[in-house]
Write a protein that binds this ligand. Structure first.
Ligand SMILES: *Cc1c(COP(=O)(O)O)cnc(C)c1O
Length: 373
């Protein structure tokens, strides 16, 4: 038992394959041609995923995903720009906060946690406020698990000539993102999400024509994606110490992603995981927070059981003792918890997880997962 890793049912870090973990057992020199070749290969593969070679460049950056979101705003938005954030959850609120901290003017349009952001509301706002230069959205709002309408928001931004910044952290490589059909200035994702690498680096797709105008816009040295890109193009190297082990693990994870059949195959596996999770949990009495029509097959929020004996901490510890790591809810109004469908897991692990939850309820003397009302 002790030597087996827990299955991570979280939005990252995720369960990775043994092959990905084994890739980290070597040391690499950052100047070495072998390592430079891995960086180039990963960058090419990332652009393949979105069919973006003609329109975009990809700029990797050290750090967790949020570092790359912050770097995107710092680099892409002019200092006198005005960012409109379409907010339906916790990650949107984080995006708005970092935009303000980067010194950019920021306006937020709020939506409920259990609904999608709306292209109609965006259009109405753009008609009433011409000063907006950029729109920012989260593709899959990992807070509750909502799938937001990327294509229709992108269409409105195209029509009004506004730059679009997309946090696609938890959707990239699982949901379709095609740079030939979408209009975005920057789109952000990271190593430790649906590509099933380990955490430690993000990457940003920046439209070529936009990048050319980004020189000197960043108020931060470390977060300047223009500089990072220039240096990487010139030398093939990262500007500062690269996350060597993270990158080679990502290269190995991408090889497996391609062997599996790329984005459509990954989406199919996660969809099976999600359906099997929801079915199994409903049979135990649990109720999903979202309507199935707006649920992304990435992470599912469930209402907490109404039973008085329920306490997330105890529920978490009991599920952990059975080998599964759950995730707390991120909603402020009601009590929930989350279960991820992503990572190197399939229906087998999901069915085992549901079984573990059933036994966990028994451990705690809870008869059903049924919410209070
Ligand atoms: C995971 C995630 C991030 C990045 O979070 P970090 O903790 O910085 O890695 C950002 N946005 C969304 C939507 C995410 O799911």
């Amino acid at each position: 038992m002790q030597t087996r890793d827990h299955i991570l049912l979280t939005p990252g870090p995720l369960t990775t394959t043994l092959r990905t973990k084994l890739a980290m057992l070597r040391d690499w020199g950052s100047w070495d041609t072998d390592f430079i070749a891995v960086t180039a290969k990963v960058r090419k593969s990332l652009l393949d995923v979105i069919h973006g070679h003609d329109s975009h460049v990809v700029v990797p950056l050290q750090g967790s995903g949020t570092f790359s979101v912050e770097a995107s705003v710092a680099t892409v938005v002019p200092r006198d720009g005005h960012v409109l954030v379409l907010d339906n959850g916790a990650y949107c609120k984080r995006a708005a906060k970092l935009t303000q901290m980067m010194g950019r003017r920021c306006t937020v349009i709020g939506f409920a946690d259990n609904e999608r952001i709306s292209a109609t509301a965006l259009e109405a706002h753009l008609n009433s406020d011409a000063s907006v230069t950029h729109v920012m959205m989260i593709h899959c709002e990992t807070g509750a698990g909502v799938l937001n309408p990327l294509q229709s928001i992108s269409d409105v931004c195209g029509k009004y000539g506004k730059g679009l910044i997309v946090d696609a952290m938890s959707s990239f490589a699982a949901l379709e993102i095609d740079a030939r059909k979408l209009q975005f200035d920057a789109l952000i994702a990271a190593s430790g999400k649906c590509l099933e690498g380990v955490p430690g680096m993000g990457f940003v797709f920046i439209r070529k024509s936009v990048l050319a105008k980004c020189e000197g816009q960043s108020l931060s040295l470390a977060m300047d994606l223009f500089d990072q890109h220039q240096y990487m193009e010139k030398t093939g190297q990262w500007r500062f110490t690269p996350p060597t082990h993270v990158l080679v693990a990502l290269a190995e994870a991408i090889a497996q992603f391609e062997e599996e059949g790329g984005q459509p195959a990954r989406l199919a596996r996660y969809t099976r995981n999600c359906e099997s999770l929801v079915r199994g949990m409903q049979a135990l009495g649990f109720k999903p927070f979202l309507d199935s029509s707006i649920q992304a097959p990435i992470i599912v929020t469930f209402h907490a059981p109404g039973d008085k004996r329920y306490e997330f901490r105890k529920f978490y510890e009991a599920a952990k003792a059975r080998g599964f790591i759950l995730y707390p809810g991120k909603l402020t109004e009601i009590e929930t918890f989350r279960v991820g469908c992503i990572g190197a897991i399939d229906q087998n692990e999901i069915e085992q997880a549901v079984h573990a939850v059933a036994l966990t309820l028994q451990d705690l003397g809870i008869e059903s997962g049924k919410p209070a009302n």
